[in-house]
Design a protein around this ligand. Structure first.
Ligand code: SF4
Ligand code: SF4
Ligand code: SF4
Length: 251
């Protein structure tokens, strides 16, 4: 049987999502079922071919990375955005709201001014993305579900439940009732709500629901948080997602 050709590329990121792939419960089956043509983190020899599926992890922050993702798209039947860096710009998208040049000088001195950094956008704003696997990092179950669908010849579909549903199914008391701001009602679930289950608010790492009820969420948040705190709540992992970018009046 001809194995589907798979590539995993990483851009500007921490590679935590790729580590979750290696931790997959089905890693043996995955290694048997696919031919990994390009996987820089996982193997020594990599090559460019036409890929059946290309996973792209990381944020696009240079014009070189823009060219790279366009080349990947041209060579791939299916492109999967892997993790919140790829899906929504990730932590690197915070660059969009700061003086990046000051940061570059602080870290690298005067030489830093030569380092190119462009506006950080979701991968889907640059190339067509077929499937998103959200989270910082991704949840292994999501990856396994996507891989199972791919092996069955199906294009994976996303579910649409908010983090609150995961949270309630765990029997957690709601943090918002005690005055703690939480992004769970407007954030895409499926993570199992590990943050509110540890008494920490959800800060939206899986990005907004397709139709997030932002106005209702913001009305609630205004009762317990300052405008700056509301902006900060939505500006951690997914600030290039349109619904979270402007939440709380942020520009
Ligand atoms: S989404 Fe998070 S875990 Fe994944 S590569 Fe980006 S920063 Fe790392
Ligand atoms: S704690 Fe957060 S995620 Fe849990 S039910 Fe309340 S708002 Fe939703
Ligand atoms: S609860 Fe929120 S911040 Fe925590 S993993 Fe889930 S989506 Fe991410």
């Amino acid at each position: 049987m001809v194995k589907p050709k798979v590539a995993i590329f990483d851009l500007t990121d921490c590679e935590g999502c790729e580590v979750e792939i290696v931790n997959s419960r089905f890693i043996d089956r995955i290694l048997e079922s696919f031919e990994f043509v390009h996987f820089r983190l996982g193997q020594k020899t990599n090559k460019w071919e036409n890929f059946d599926v290309a996973f792209i992890e990381g944020s696009v922050i240079t014009s070189h990375e823009v060219d790279l993702v366009k080349k990947i798209r041209e060579n791939s039947k299916l492109v999967v955005a892997l993790g919140s860096c790829a899906c929504f710009g990730g932590i690197a998208a915070l660059n969009n709201f700061t003086d990046v040049n000051e940061g570059k000088r602080y870290v690298y001195g005067k030489e830093g001014e030569k380092i190119e950094v462009i506006e950080v956008k979701p991968l889907g704003d640059i190339i067509k993305v077929d499937v998103m696997i959200r989270g910082c990092p991704i949840v292994r179950d999501d990856f396994d579900r996507v891989v199972s669908d791919l092996l069955a010849g199906k294009v994976p579909k996303e579910h649409t439940r908010p983090v609150c549903m995961d949270c309630k199914s765990k029997g957690n008391p709601c943090l918002m009732l005690k005055g703690t701001p939480c992004a769970g009602p407007v954030t895409y679930g499926g993570c199992g709500a590990p943050c509110p289950s540890s008494s920490m608010p959800c800060d939206g790492c899986r990005g907004p629901l397709e139709v997030p009820e932002m106005s209702a969420e913001l009305e609630l948040l205004k009762k317990m948080a300052s405008p700056d705190d509301i902006v900060r709540l939505f500006r951690k992992y997914t600030s290039a997602a349109p619904a979270f970018k402007s939440a709380g009046g942020g520009k």
